[in-house]
Design a protein around this ligand. Sequence first.
Ligand code: URA
Length: 280
Amino acid sequence: MRTSGRDRRDRARPPAPVGHAFDDDDFGPEGPRDSLTDVPGGVRLQKVLAAAGVGSRRHCEELIGEGRVEVDGEVVRRYGARVDPEHQVIRVDGRRIPSSEKLVYVALNKPAGVLTSMSDSRGRKTIADLLPGDGERLFHVGRLDYDTEGLMLLTNDGELAHRLAHPRYGVLKTYLADVPGPLPRDLGRRLMSGVELDDGPAAADKFRVVERAGNRALVEITLHEGRKHIVRRMLAAVGHPVSRLVRTQVGPVSLGSLRPGATRKLTTREIGDLYAAVGL
Ligand code: URA
């Protein structure tokens, strides 16, 4: 069972390892308070936090002093603790931070008419054409149809990408769909209780009508599964074939005002929330 930072702080201090001479950096405001073994040649904890976008060095030192930083499950209150940002799991207030500078996390607003692939033998435009620099080394998290627009996550963090795409973790994805109206009153109930598709039933987790405009309507549908063409097939099955589909949310990350074809780096908080969504 995991213990909280406060529990650990209240425990008796571990004795300093024999032969370990503390230097000034080993002390937070209240002296050495953890038993973390410094990694030889490691990077100072506050430097790793600041590089990961947690805040200024000064702010990161305050977080460490307040006992809000954990390394491999151990609260560390020394400003100078040396850690391995590539392999150790570092959390602030329980939220994991992207400590490895090698890892990249990107959101893309995929336009319609772009293939979710890093190359195409038929010469069609792919998402690789929209990614800056080393895009070919990123994994795309799941797929959007050629004609579907909206949020795609890309990363070279293989474990996170794998979990986000795996149905077992049930990460919610939200879509806006343009469909023909009028909409029957029980449409949401039918979609949420499950519709029969060729490859088995599919149910929406949430559904709402965003707008009714003449003989068209805009609906928002949230699902935790990712079978091919799932939203289009579900809405066609209830008599409302989709003419335009945009993904607006993946787990804790929103498309927001990202322009079609544009990318942005995810924030430190978004990355921490993605880790949390898949139990990392
Ligand atoms: N559902 C679809 O029908 N298409 C997509 O691209 C994504 C979900």
